[in-house]
Design a protein around this ligand. Sequence first.
Ligand SMILES: C[S@@+](CC[C@H](N)C(=O)[O-])C[C@H]1O[C@@H](n2cnc3c(N)ncnc32)[C@H](O)[C@@H]1O
Length: 226
Amino acid sequence: MIQLSSRLLAAASMVRGGGVLADIGTDHAYLPVFLMQKGIVHRVIASDVGEGPLNNARKTVAAYGLSDRIDLRLSDGLNRFFPEEVSEIVICGMGGNLIEEILSSAPWIMNDRMHLVLQPMTHTEDVRRFLCSHGFRIDRETVTEDTGRYYLSISAVWDDLQDPGCEGYYYFGTLLHQPGNAQKIVKKQLDRIRTRLNALKSANRNTDEQSVLSSVLAYYEKETSR
Ligand SMILES: C[S@@+](CC[C@H](N)C(=O)[O-])C[C@H]1O[C@@H](n2cnc3c(N)ncnc32)[C@H](O)[C@@H]1O
């Protein structure tokens, strides 16, 4: 049985199975192999934009005797996927802005069979902003520690939700009211926002961005003073 890092295990535990799964940016294909070995999924397309990572995936899949059960596909994001071909999409180990770009270039993902598992390494607000403004409902968020770093995993379903949320929510999601590891990410976001806001104020520029960031800090104060 393949051993997953606690970061990838956190994402794997959110996968529902049952349908066809796409692992976008799979690299070594550890996650698809694990899910297949556990019997959580029965069909996986492991995909990557690079030949090198896809070759890594090919080697792992062959080493575990799963070459006939895991499809490998060279694709920039979801560009080489057919609409409705998959019902579950995992994207881990990329920046939030790239994840947002990949999701927004595939409008067919907005259907009520779709479940997403996302693990943005940075700019988590871009991912939540995309989800909330495109009908997705975030149904679970967890934060996992892995070799001294903290990773956010997001599970979301498409619900045709008509609630765009607000910038404060995009920055903190459901983490403000979660104890433990979640607070590490909250603190990191706060530090990032305060540093950026101070820099903009000192340079006296981007007043629109300044007011967005100030509204995020006000949201944080309001939510945590309850
Ligand atoms: C840091 S690795 C993450 C591997 C694995 N998903 C994980 O979390 O351990 C990022 C992978 O995403 C791939 N990647 C980057 N941009 C991509 C894109 N637009 N479409 C598909 N894969 C992409 C890279 O080639 C690389 O293999």
